[in-house]
Design a protein around this ligand. Structure first.
Ligand code: PGA
Length: 300
């Protein structure tokens, strides 16, 4: 049967109110429009729905059945309409974001004010390294991705969010601490504690050393920025990390940033999504919110 929502609404109103004119008034349409809808519905059902006796009309058996059915159905539909209205008004919804490990130092900070503005929205934030993020991006697992090195040659859209400088770190007692303008080539004599393969930080460092034709000596490979920092503080080597990783360490001066020529390596954080992805209302609101709160993020 090719029955429309408008026909069902017209029939339900006529049956409930017992009058075509009152139904027309309630639905804000003309009476002939209501009559036409009910007539078309009746033709589609193939049995009379209403019986006229004198000036009154009564529901036939088929009409009663239809009224019971469409009562439930219209109830469900109106709940759906309410849900959509809530989504549009951002009263509820779900946000799935995936962020690279290094951005965990500032991304959770913006979630607080976002949740305060939109208390009905639930958030799932996956924190993983760049390789794992790309794997999620390839299967469209999340609404948005935050990373430092968007993949080249992929069908994606990426928007720069804010600066993401990479700096050279050493233990506070290192002989280079306090030295001015250390030549980049001196780094060839240092050993490094490095993030794992698949990390965006590591890709950038390897690229930089290879473009400058300076050998990079990796003494220790570790899978987290925190572990890298501890190893550097413990004297195992130098490290190159995003300055974001230091933001919470103001009270722990075990590490110093070295003044090396070519540093900080200036990069950006990017918000990435598959090209043409239809962002949900919630994801769009979050993206706008991120751009609005960039200053707050930069202070983290
Ligand atoms: P990472 O990513 O945490 O995988 O190193 C950081 C970045 O892409 O800058």
């Amino acid at each position: 049967m090719r029955v429309t929502l408008g026909q069902l609404k017209a029939f339900e109103a006529v049956a409930r109110l017992g009058s075509f004119s009152r139904a027309a008034e309630e639905l804000h349409v003309t009476q002939p429009a209501v009559s036409k809808k009910v007539r078309l519905l009746q033709e589609e059902v193939g049995l009379p729905l209403l019986e006229h006796i004198g000036k009154r009309f009564y529901l036939t058996e088929a009409g009663s059945e239809l009224l019971a059915t469409c009562g439930d159905w219209l109830d469900t539909w109106s709940r759906f309409e309410q849900t959509i209205a809530d989504l549009k008004g951002l009263k509820q919804g779900r946000l799935r974001i995936a962020v690279v490990t290094t951005s965990k130092y500032f991304m959770p900070r913006v979630l607080g004010p976002f949740c305060e503005r939109y208390p009905g929205i639930d958030i799932a934030m996956e924190v993983a390294n760049r390789d794992r993020l790309l794997e999620r991006l390839a299967r469209n697992a999340d609404d948005l991705y935050v990373m430092g090195v968007p993949p080249e040659g992929w069908e994606i859209e990426s928007e720069p969010l804010m600066a993401n400088p990479l700096v050279v770190l050493a233990p506070a007692a290192h002989p280079w601490a306090g030295r001015r303008r250390i030549p980049f080539t001196d780094l060839a004599t240092a050993v490094f504690v490095m993030r794992e393969q698949g990390s965006g930080t590591r890709i950038t460092i390897e690229r930089e050393f290879s473009e400058r034709r300076v050998p990079l000596r990796v003494k220790l490979e570790l899978g987290s920025n925190e572990a890298v920092k501890q190893a550097v503080a413990g004297g195992l080597g130098l490290a190159i990390l995003s300055r974001s990783c230091l933001s919470l360490d103001t009270g722990a001066p075990e590490l110093v940033e070295l003044d090396v020529e070519g540093f900080p390596i200036l990069r950006s954080w990017y918000v990435v999504r598959p090209k043409g992805k239809q962002l949900s209302v919630v994801a769009r609101a979050f993206l706008e919110f991120l751009h609005e709160h960039v200053r707050l993020l930069a202070k983290c």
